[in-house]
Ligand binder design. Structure first.
Ligand code: ADP
Ligand code: ZN
Length: 606
């Protein structure tokens, strides 16, 4: 049986090896047991039911929450020559009838439906005739109110247990706390489920945090150095999503916005253009994400501070599903932290407010940590990371310069204090820094702040360093920013820190230009520069085929597969089949075209 699995994996999907736990999950479900599989995004959950479906006769019923995704999944399977279909409200009556007729004849291996369908009259009766061998429940956390996208209809799935008592069930999700997990087992009525919990580490993702000082310039530089890559930029507000998309487009980087305020047609249009590689960047609020299966998202940027670590992890998780090196960058400023604190203070319910505050504080700890960011994230989710350094986060790649800022903090805090004592009003952070540096700006002179005892006492740091120290003081809550004018106020804790000379450390600011592209791991073997022509040529070929067939490019071949072709340059059908991602159907359909293109480009380049 084990040998059979490997051969089937190559034959149907073109993969050389299983990702962690995929094999074990397939084996258990093939043995007829119930399984609960917790794998991170990009862990390869779909394969855990798609491969078993090919090893047995009969139908695998897949419950999936998103109608929009079903078509992509089915296209993907068809590209591998696997007969599958979906039934949902997007189909005409004729189309649905013809699919049901084929289901009656047992022509499909997989059927995708949303849970709502289980309530439709007659569906269960029909289903009983279709020789259901296995039930896979995708995004199983939707059954739980504790999860982040509860769907009441998921509770209906339990009726399948009554109608199909002997059919094994396989529940899959990327998010599950203990409470959610218990809910999944209870509400899906799983029988003695085998639980598989994968590591939530995503080794191909590189985490970095950048001090945000000139946000637009920084983001433009970031996107420009990655001009041919796909990326998601998360912003807090709809307005800044729109604004960024417009400005990026104006600067030659095709980008579109996505947020809940756009009308649904425009929203799905923008998403579609992104998935089909027609645009490079999507500027989005957190409304964007669930249902994005695009595997070649090369970076996720957080332009504003996320509210909590969970959200951050989910959103960054959309990068690099294909296993290739990808970047997760957080642009952070102390001002953003203050802004969020301000919002939290408006929450009237005390419990809720305290909870939001605790979550934010964790997020700030992540942004401010001088240690490995990956182990921080894993620890947050209750996992330990075996090593001290991961070699793939900013802090591990270039350990930050931590400096003792105790004296600087004293100067800063007393400067804030003195400005207010002298003028009766507060000023913004830049002005405080000007005073410390002894810069005679118009405002400094006008307000007479050159006469303060703190004027010019801070020449030991550069402006950027003072801003970083100020950010640290904001993060610790020693100063806070008034919402409207962003002026700085000393807090009671700040006053205490000043009196007791509490120690303060801060991290010397990083320049964003140092944000080199992620590149690590076997899959990511960076292609040599002379090979970029070939890679681009293969991308164009792929896009042409995809457009002709009306599917997203990754359905034809993933970026990971194109990259392998670029490195190994297969010039025969046998060599082409050895590429990961080339199964027998794709070999037959695309082998000649791709090999011909490789031969053409290689001969031009010699
Ligand atoms: P998940 O649903 O867990 O986020 P997917 O099922 O969408 O993950 O798989 C993510 C990507 O990984 C897809 O592009 C898929 O084709 C690819 N993949 C899955 N299993 C393997 C494997 N064993 N080897 C290589 N690539 C794989
Ligand atoms: Zn690290």
């Amino acid at each position: 049986m084990t040998v059979g699995l490997d051969d089937a994996l190559k034959h149907h999907f073109g993969y050389e090896s299983f990702r962690p736990l995929q094999r074990e999950i397939c084996e258990r479900t093939l043995a007829g047991e119930d399984v609960l599989a917790l794998l991170p995004t990009g862990g390869g959950k779909s394969l855990c039911y798609q491969l078993p479906a090919m090893l047995e006769s009969g139908l695998t019923l897949v419950i999936s929450p998103l109608i929009a995704l079903m078509k992509d999944q089915v296209d993907n399977l068809s590209a591998n020559g696997i007969a599958s279909t979906f039934l949902n409200s997007s189909l005409t009556a004729d189309e649905a009838a013809s699919r049901m007729a084929r289901l009656e004849r047992g022509e499909y291996r997989l059927l995708y439906v949303a849970p709502e369908r289980l309530a439709l009259g007659g569906f269960l009766v029909r289903l009983a005739r279709w020789n259901v061998q296995r039930i896979a429940v995708d995004e199983a956390h939707c059954v739980s109110e504790w999860g982040h996208d509860f769907r009441p209809d998921y509770r209906r799935i339990a009726v399948l247990r009554e109608h199909f008592p002997d059919v094994p069930m396989l529940a899959l999700t990327a998010t599950a706390t203990d409470r959610v997990r218990a809910d999944i087992e209870q509400f899906l009525a799983l029988r003695k489920p085998h639980r598989f919990v994968g590591s939530f580490n995503r080794p191909n993702l590189r985490y970095s945090v950048f001090e945000k000082h000139d946000a637009w310039k920084q983001i433009l530089a970031w996107c420009t150095t990655r001009a041919t890559e796909s990326g998601i930029i998360y912003t807090q507000s709809r307005a800044s999503a729109e604004d960024l998309a417009e400005r990026l487009s104006a600067n030659g980087i095709p980008a579109l916005p996505y947020h809940a305020g756009l009308d649904p047609r425009r929203r799905s249009k923008n998403q579609e253009l992104f998935i089909r590689d027609e645009i490079r960047v999507i500027c989005a609020t957190i409304a964007f994400g669930m249902g994005i299966d695009k595997p070649n998202v090369r970076y996720v940027v957080h332009y504003d501070l996320p509210k909590n670590v969970e959200g951050y992890y989910q959103e960054t998780g959309r990068a690099g599903r294909d296993g290739l090196a990808s970047d997760c960058a957080l642009f952070f400023s102390g001002g953003d932290a203050a802004k969020q604190r301000h919002f939290i203070r408006q929450i009237s319910d005390l419990d809720e407010r305290e909870q939001a505050d605790a979550l934010l504080r964790k997020m700030l700890d992540f942004a401010g940590t001088p240690f490995c960011r990956r182990s921080f994230l894993l620890r947050y989710f209750g996992e330990t990371y075996g090593a001290d350094t991961c070699s793939n986060c900013d802090n591990c790649l270039s350990p930050p310069d931590r400096v003792d800022g105790t004296l600087g903090a004293q100067k800063f805090l007393s400067c804030v204090y003195r400005i207010r004592a002298h003028s009766g009003f507060s000023t913004g952070m830049n002005h405080v820094v000007d005073v410390l540096l002894g810069t005679t700006t118009e405002k400094v002179l006008e307000r007479g702040h050159d006469a303060l005892s703190t004027f010019g006492i801070g020449t030991e740091y550069t402006k950027a360093e003072w801003l970083a120290l100020g950010g640290e003081l904001l993060r610790r809550g020693y100063v806070e920013q008034e919402a409207e004018h962003r002026t700085l106020l000393l807090t009671p804790e700040g006053l205490r820190a000043l009196k007791e000379q509490l120690p303060v450390e801060f991290v010397k600011p990083r320049a964003v230009a140092r944000g080199k592209k992620a590149g690590k791991g076997k899959a990511a073997a960076n292609i040599a520069s002379q090979d970029t022509d070939l890679f681009e040529a293969l991308r164009r070929l792929r896009k042409g085929i995809a457009d002709e067939q009306g599917v997203p490019p990754y359905v034809v071949f993933s970026d990971a597969t194109l990259r392998e072709m670029t490195i190994h340059k297969p010039t025969s059908q046998t060599a082409f089949r050895a590429i990961s991602g080339v199964g027998d159907t794709k070999l037959e359909r695309y082998g000649q075209a791709f090999v011909a293109e490789i031969l053409r480009v290689v001969s031009v380049n010699v």
